[in-house]
Design a protein around this ligand. Sequence first.
Ligand code: CUA
Length: 251
Amino acid sequence: MNLIWIFPIAFCDAAEPWQLGFQDPATPMMQGIIDLHHDIFFFLIVILIFVLWMLVRALWHFHYKRNPIPERIVHGTTIEIIWTIFPSIILMFIAIPSFALLYSMDEVVDPAITIKAIGHQWYWTYEYSDYNSSDEQSLTFDSYMIPEDELELGQLRLLEVDNRMVVPAKTHLRIIITSADVLHSWAVPSLGVKCDAVPGRLNQTSIFIKREGVYYGQCSELCGTNHAFMPIVVEAVSLDDYVSWVSNKLE
Ligand code: CUA
């Protein structure tokens, strides 16, 4: 049973004004990134409190009025061993889950669909080359931002596009990312993807979207004057809806 039916909540799948935290995860990858962030934050808090306590203690006890004649100790073997070993143990506790996440994100799990995202100055092109037939063109379309004066009520400014990238939810997808001109970056926070689009090169990520929804992202590599105006919208639908969308597009 999905928890959303018990506690009805609205997911945050686009950036919100003054947002500080993460958007809600929609892929296991983003879930992993958030979990790792929380993992590391634990050590950050512990170290912060410890260092702050040491600093205040030192300032207090070694104040020139309270401690007029300074000690002449220059080193102590025991304390030096402790302050070398202890941080390296902490680093190990950070490195192990970090590498585990890194390598699992690299894995491409037998994808059902391959989609190519091509960055242009200043829009994205999506190519569904799985549906190529020898004599026909592939299913390809451009995705432009909706300008501010053409927005309809409820559409997000600087984030909505005319043609969304439609994908099925609960399916292993492979996204191949490249560029036709300069460096761009295909990034969707809720999906945990930020992949550079490099001209003359194919980058690949795999995503598995856990729930249906509309996920907003933006180009994340400075690519010229309209860098801020080439957003990304991924619409995850049920498999049936996806199949009818594809057959509609192919006519
Ligand atoms: Cu494309 Cu920034």
